[in-house]
Ligand binder design. Structure first.
Ligand code: PLP
Length: 388
């Protein structure tokens, strides 16, 4: 059987795959089984921060694999400790819990908010408020956090104690906070799966202010927006706020599984011995990869991300067949005249891999994609959108 046949015979049908097998790559170029080249503007959904098989990243991984590939969390390992230090130094947060995915990093955030609220405000303070159109993961609790009904339908009953409010509506949130006790508020500064929709500065600052006023745990889901994606190390840094909890994953280790929940001053000591854990969390190879990734996301790289972002906004704004451009940094959504799925399929034929998010074409290129490669891909997307 071919890989495609094996896969559809033996792998659960949870992913509607494109008819494309990727066998190798280098940076922002990837190759299928026939050797055809594609410019990758998806980065494994914002995961391969420095592209595929990047040499510096590879070396960091190989060096650590040659020392120790896994140890239980009963012992100390250097990559885990050093990565926690680096994350805290770069964000002002105080402690880190490591896991393996975005959903788990949010799960930890929710547990922290629940425990803090119960201990500080009593057992009836447990509700976690998230936004409509949000996405926070696929475990039952992070599904409950996700503010999109269609993800909920088949999996009732979900974890209780979640409420969803309209993004951008400060009055609705304030009214809810008068009615019920809120333990935590969890937001994405740019809703990724929801269609690459950035929140306004005013709204994010109002959420932060309300959390401060009512001692609500202010949590930002940086699973997709984090690690340089939006032109700052974390997206909240574009908004002039300081969260109590930051959850991240995807691009953190540049292509290996790693989740991190960053805990600020207020909640740094909420989790005690035995309150939470993960066998693979803080894996030394993943942490060594993340140390390499994070140490390269410096001011120069972030300035380049913002420059490439401006180039994409300028290229697509007012282009024929493109109705609007949204996003922040190298997280771009295109509302196209043609259905997004059609645009993505046509681009693939022409050697450019794009994603969709809701009704948008979504672009998440590697942070270090060469400008010429990005320009070549953007011209192809433009041509596809302009075709009648
Ligand atoms: C992808 C994503 C998640 C889930 O991450 P997994 O690693 O798939 O569990 C959670 N939140 C946001 C904002 C995401 O984009």
């Amino acid at each position: 059987m071919s890989v495609k046949e094996l896969d559809s015979t033996y792998v659960a049908h949870t992913y509607k795959r494109f008819p494309l097998e990727i066998v190798s790559g280098k940076g922002s170029l990837v190759y299928d089984e026939t050797g055809k080249e594609y410019i990758d503007l998806g980065s494994g959904i914002a995961v391969t921060s420095f592209g595929v098989a990047d040499e510096i990243w590879q070396q960091a991984v190989i060096d650590q694999i040659g020392k120790v590939q896994h140890m239980s969390n009963l012992y100390y390992t250097a990559p885990c400790a050093k990565l926690a230090e680096m994350l805290c130094q770069k964000t002002g947060m105080k402690k880190v819990f490591f896991s393996n995915s975005g959903a788990e990093s949010n799960e930890c955030a929710i547990k922290v908010a629940r425990k803090y609220a119960a201990e500080t405000h009593g057992p009836d303070c447990f509700t976690i408020v998230t936004l409509k159109n949000s996405f926070h993961g696929r475990t039952l609790t992070t599904l409950s956090a996700t503010g999109q009904e269609h993800y909920h339908e088949l999996f009732q009953p979900l974890t209780p104690g979640f409420a969803h409010v309209t993004a951008g509506d400060v009055d609705e949130l304030k009214a809810l906070s008068e009615k019920i006790k809120i333990a935590g508020i969890l937001i994405e500064c740019v809703q990724g799966e929801g269609g690459v929709v950035p929140l306004s500065r005013e709204y994010v600052q109002a959420v932060a202010a309300l959390c401060k006023e009512k001692d609500i745990v202010f949590m930002v889901d940086e699973v997709q927006t984090g690690n340089g994606r939006t032109g700052q190390l974390y997206a909240y840094m574009n908004y002039g706020v300081q969260p109590d909890v930051v959850s991240t994953a995807k691009g953190l280790a540049g292509g290996l599984p790693l989740g991190a929940t960053l805990l600020g001053e207020k909640v740094q000591n909420v989790l005690g011995y035995g309150d939470h854990g993960s066998t693979f969390g803080g894996n030394p190879v993943s942490c060594a990869a993340a140390l390499s990734v994070l140490s390269r996301i410096d001011d120069t790289l972030l300035a380049e991300v913002r420059e490439k972002s401006a180039y994409l906004f300028n290229t697509f704004r007012d282009a024929p067949g493109i109705e609007s451009v949204s996003g922040l940094g190298l997280m771009i959504g295109l509302k196209t005249k043609k259905p997004a799925g059609e645009v993505v399929a046509a681009c693939m034929k022409k050697g450019v891999l794009c994603l969709t998010a809701k009704d948008k074409v979504r672009l998440l290129p590697a942070l270090n994609i060469p400008m010429e490669t990005l320009q070549k891909a953007a011209e192809i997307i433009k041509a596809v959108c302009a075709e009648e």
